[in-house]
Design a protein around this ligand. Structure first.
Ligand code: CP
Length: 430
C-alpha cells in the first residue's frame, strides 16, 4: 500500500460514499476493529488491518468505479441494442462496433475477470443453454465459448463436424438453425464458408455469434485481440492511438486479421505494416476500409524490414486448407517470426501475438517456439482473455451484464497461482 492505512480506508469510504457503520458492515468486520485501523499510526490503540481486508477493500473500490462507468454508458440504452440494432442481438461482424461500444464491452469483460481468474463464481445465466455448432476444426473458440457460458451458470450442448450433424444427410442451414432455436437460447456457429453464419442467423430470432465463417470474419477473436492489446499497453504505459501494428503471415485467408484491422481502424493515427508472402496479401476491400480514417498502411514481403519499430507483431498461420490453387512461394525460413528477428528489429516493450493455433511442425515457419520463455510473447495471455471477453459477449447479448456484479460469490476450490509454467505476475492469477 503506497499510502497509510488510515488514508487508504478514508479514501475508500469517500469513494463508496459509505458511513463508518455501513462500511464496516460492507466489508464484514466489527465497527470497533475498523476504528482501530483508522487511528493514526503510532497511536497506542492503532492496529494493522489484515492483508486480506486490504485486498477486499481494493477490489470493491475498483469494481465500484467500473460500475459507475457502466451506469454512465447505460444511459444511452442497452449495449446490445447498439451493437445489434435489429433486436435479434446477434454478433456476426466487427462492423457492428464503434470505439465507444467496443470499450463498453471491455468494461463488462473487466467485471468478468474475477470469474475468469477463478476467484469468484456467478450464476446469472442459470437455466440458459448454449448450442455450440462447429462445422470446422476448433479448440480455443469452441471450448472457450462453452467455458464462458458455463462460468456464468449456463449449460452447453454441442455438435462438431459435418459427419456428426444431420447436415451430412443433406439438411439445410435454414432447417438446422430453426430446429436448434427450439432447443437452445443462443448459438455459436463456425462454418467453412464465408457468409454461412449470417444464413444461420437469418433463420432464427435467438442470439447467434459468428465463431468464424471461412475466410470471412472471426469477430470474437478480434475483440479478445484488441482487449489483449489494450491490457498489455496499459501495463506498458502505452496508448493505442498512434501505435504501429505489424500483421504478418497469411493475410488473404486469415479471418482474424480481417476482423482485427477493422477494429483497430476505429482508433486514431494507426500505422499498419502488412507483411505476407506473395499472393497472400490482405484483400483490397479491407485495405480501403482500414485506410479511410487516414491511417498509414504499408505492404511488404520482407519480414525483417516490416518489423522495424513495431509496437505489436501479430503473426498468423498460413491457411493452406483454404488455398484455391495458390503456389506458396516466399514462405521460407526467413519468414518466421523468431527471437533473433524480434531482438534485432524491435524494442523491449513490443508484444508478440498470434490467434493460434500455430503450426509447430518441422518446416512450417509459423511463429517460433523459441520465444516461449520471453515475456514479450503474449499468445497465452491472449488466449486466456478469450474467457472474460466471451463471457462479456454472452452477458451483453442476453441482457444480464447489469446483474453480474451483485451475483459474485467466492470460489470454494483452490485455483492454481500460475496456470502455465512461464506465467508472470501480469498473467493475472494473483
Ligand atoms: N483462434 C482460433 O480460432 O482458434 P481455434 O481454431 O482453435 O478455435
Amino acid at each position: 500500500m503506497a499510502v497509510s492505512q488510515q488514508v487508504f480506508l478514508r479514501d475508500a469510504m469517500r469513494r463508496l460514499n459509505l458511513t463508518r457503520d455501513v462500511f464496516a458492515a460492507r466489508i464484514g468486520v466489527k465497527r470497533r476493529a475498523l476504528d482501530t485501523w483508522l487511528l493514526p499510526e503510532g497511536s497506542q490503540e492503532a492496529r494493522n488491518m489484515p492483508e486480506v481486508v486490504s485486498r477486499f477493500v481494493t477490489e470493491i473500490v475498483e469494481n465500484s468505479a467500473l460500475m459507475e462507468k457502466y451506469a454512465q454508458s447505460a444511459q444511452s440504452g442497452p449495449l446490445r441494442d447498439r451493437i445489434a440494432a435489429d433486436s435479434k442481438h446477434q454478433l456476426l461482424s466487427v462492423d457492428q462496433f464503434t470505439r465507444e461500444s467496443v470499450e463498453e464491452l471491455f468494461r463488462v469483460a473487466d467485471l468478468m475477470q474475477p470469474i475468469a481468474r477463478r476467484q469468484k463464481v456467478s450464476r446469472v445465466l442459470e437455466g440458459a443453454v448454449l448450442g455450440n455448432l462447429f462445422f470446422e476444426a476448433s479448440t480455443r473458440t469452441r471450448v472457450s465459448f462453452g467455458a464462458a457460458f458455463c462460468r456464468l451458470g449456463g449449460s452447453v450442448c454441442d455438435t462438431t463436424g459435418f459427419t456428426f450433424s444431420s447436415m451430412a444427410k443433406g439438411e439445410s442451414i435454414y432447417d438446422t438453425s430453426r430446429v436448434m432455436s427450439g432447443y437452445v437460447d443462443a448459438m455459436v456457429i463456425r462454418h467453412p464458408e464465408k457468409g454461412s453464419v449470417a444464413e444461420f442467423a437469418a433463420a432464427t430470432n435467438i442470439p447467434v455469434v459468428n465463431g468464424g465463417d471461412g475466410a470471412g470474419e472471426h469477430p470474437s477473436q478480434a475483440l479478445l485481440d484488441l482487449y489483449t492489446i489494450l491490457t498489455e499497453f496499459s501495463r506498458l504505459g502505452k496508448l493505442l492511438d498512434g501505435a504501429h501494428i505489424v500483421m504478418a503471415g497469411d493475410l488473404k485467408y486469415g479471418r482474424t486479421v480481417h476482423s482485427l484491422i477493422k477494429l483497430l481502424a476505429l482508433y486514431r493515427g494507426m500505422k499498419f505494416t502488412l507483411v505476407s508472402p506473395p499472393g497472400l496479401e490482405m484483400p483490397d476491400y479491407l485495405l480501403e476500409k482500414a485506410g479511410k480514417n487516414g491511417h498509414v498502411i504499408e505492404q511488404t514481403h520482407d519480414l525483417a524490414a516490416g518489423l522495424k519499430g513495431a509496437d505489436v507483431i501479430y503473426a498468423t498461420r498460413v491457411q493452406k486448407e483454404r488455398f484455391a490453387g495458390e503456389n506458396l512461394e516466399g514462405y521460407t525460413a526467413d519468414f518466421q517470426v523468431n527471437r533473433a528477428l524480434v531482438d534485432a528489429c524491435c524494442g523491449p516493450d513490443v508484444i508478440v501475438m498470434h490467434p493460434l493455433p500455430r503450426d509447430s511442425r518441422e518446416g512450417a515457419h509459423d511463429l517460433s517456439t523459441d520465444l516461449n520463455h520471453d515475456s514479450r510473447l503474449a499468445i497465452f495471455r491472449q488466449a486466456d482473455n478469450g474467457i472474460p471477453v466471451r463471457m462479456a459477449i454472452f452477458a451483453v447479448l442476453l441482457g444480464v451484464e447489469g446483474l453480474v456484479q451483485h451475483s459474485l460469490r467466492d470460489v470454494t476450490w483452490t485455483p492454481p497461482s500460475h496456470i502455465g509454467p512461464d506465467d508472470s505476475v501480469f498473467h493475472g492469477m494473483y
